[in-house]
Design a protein around this ligand. Structure first.
Ligand SMILES: Cc1cc2nc3c(=O)[nH]c(=O)nc-3n(C[C@H](O)[C@H](O)[C@H](O)COP(=O)(O)OP(=O)(O)OC[C@H]3O[C@@H](n4cnc5c(N)ncnc54)[C@H](O)[C@@H]3O)c2cc1C
Length: 356
């Protein structure tokens, strides 16, 4: 018998499994091996976002936990996964400039905001008609190499099975039982595919599709992340990733001409020079967003040994490390689960009987 059976090897399932193994638990992770949202994601961490430049909830707690986690993984696997890089935020109008000025005067924001550049002067080939602001403590996670290192670690630890998990194959009594595996606890981390889960699909997921492009170019760009409504990450002197679209309909993982054109048009408004860039890759996947924008974590109200760890939306890189530790404390030490993410808020939905 094992302690935990985890369904899904995206960032959520991987970091939770890693945390539980670090604490001495026996874990098996099941994944179908197909490309997932975590691999496609840009992995950006940006503490201050939106037109009003608002600090992400709990960022003062989440960010140090994320950095510690990625540093620990970097030491273990002897390679860097989290790349810290400042971000230049280009204002899209006067109101954004005004909002940024307000935040610059607030002590709460000092650690995250840097120099403000007034409208007019662009920076090199980049247009900045409304000015721009330097942001600190921003960066991105190299999710694909991280997930492949963790997969290799799970395999070496006899903690990984590649399989399409069919919910009908899970027997619940007397303990959860799948194929030859009996587990004390099953934790579902299937990303947007949780919408097919018979125990947790009633949680109000609001999946959002996103597309990302990789381009090659010959323009001299600053070695900083750029945010101009969309974002640009310089991978090296000649390669960039740009993204990402937000699409609530047509929830599939196909890339589209519309998605590509939207991203390229927005890049062209930032710099005419970049319109000559060559497309080298185009990817799409689906973010596991939720109606109230909070994660979905906790045990099922009627099946104590089934749990969910999901709903990290567009902020998995920032949130998952802290929540993995927190949920491990809940699962192993009976720590109280934070109310914000606790699925108890949807108890009525989870226990409702179908109407005949
Ligand atoms: C285009 C795009 C850009 C993004 N950009 C960012 C960003 O810049 N910063 C950021 O923090 N986040 C970003 N995200 C969001 C980020 O991807 C998520 O927050 C996070 O990766 C979700 O991880 P997850 O493990 O919950 O889901 P996933 O990564 O989708 O993993 C779920 C896993 O479960 C497996 N699975 C599901 N059902 C089954 C089954 N029945 N049997 C076997 N396996 C199963 C899937 O195959 C998958 O491997 C982006 C997402 C997209 C799509």
């Amino acid at each position: 018998m094992i302690d935990f059976l985890i369904i899904g090897q995206g960032l959520a399932g991987s970091l939770l499994a890693w945390e539980l193994i670090q604490r001495g638990c026996t874990v098996v992770v099941i994944d179908n091996g197909r490309e997932n949202a975590s691999q496609v994601a840009a992995g950006l961490i940006n503490p201050v976002t939106g037109m009003r430049f608002v600090k992400s909830a709990e960022v003062d707690t989440l960010l140090p936990a994320a950095k510690r986690c990625y540093l620990h993984l970097a030491e273990f696997f002897q390679q860097a996964f989290y790349i810290e890089k400042p971000m230049l935020r280009f204002f899209l109008g006067d109101n954004e400039l005004k909002n940024a000025l307000k935040r610059l005067n607030s002590r709460d924001y000092q650690a995250y905001l840097g120099e403000l550049h007034v409208p007019g002067n662009g920076i090199g080939p980049l247009a900045a008609p409304f000015g721009f602001l330097e942001q600190h403590q921003t960066g991105y996670l190299l999710t694909r190499p991280l997930l492949s290192c963790l997969k290799a670690f799970f395999i070496a630890n006899d903690s990984y099975r590649q399989a399409d998990f069919d919910y009908r194959d899970l027997q619940l009594q007397p303990l959860p039982h799948w194929r030859d595996i009996v587990a004390k606890q099953v934790v579902f981390c299937e990303g947007y595919r949780a919408t097919e889960n018979p125990w947790f699909s009633r949680l109000p997921f609001r999946p959002v599709k996103g597309e990302i492009l990789s381009l090659e170019h010959r323009t001299a760009l600053p070695d900083k992340i750029l945010n101009y409504g969309n974002w640009l990450i310089p991978l090296n002197a000649h390669q960039i990733r740009i993204g990402a679209t937000f699409e609530r309909d047509n929830l599939n993982t196909e890339t589209t001409e519309q998605g590509k054109n939207d991203l390229l048009n927005s890049l062209g408004r930032l710099s005419a020079d970049l319109t000559g860039a060559t497309l080298i890759d185009h990817q799409a996947n689906i973010r596991p967003c939720t109606q109230d924008r909070q994660a979905f974590i906790g045990r099922h109200p009627e099946h104590d040994n089934l749990a969910v760890f999901n709903g990290f939306g567009a902020k998995g890189s920032l949130q998952i490390p802290w929540y993995s530790r927190h949920f491990a404390d809940v699962l192993l030490n009976d720590a109280p689960l934070s109310q914000t993410c606790n699925i108890q808020r949807y108890q009525a939905l989870l226990t409702r009987r179908p109407t005949l």
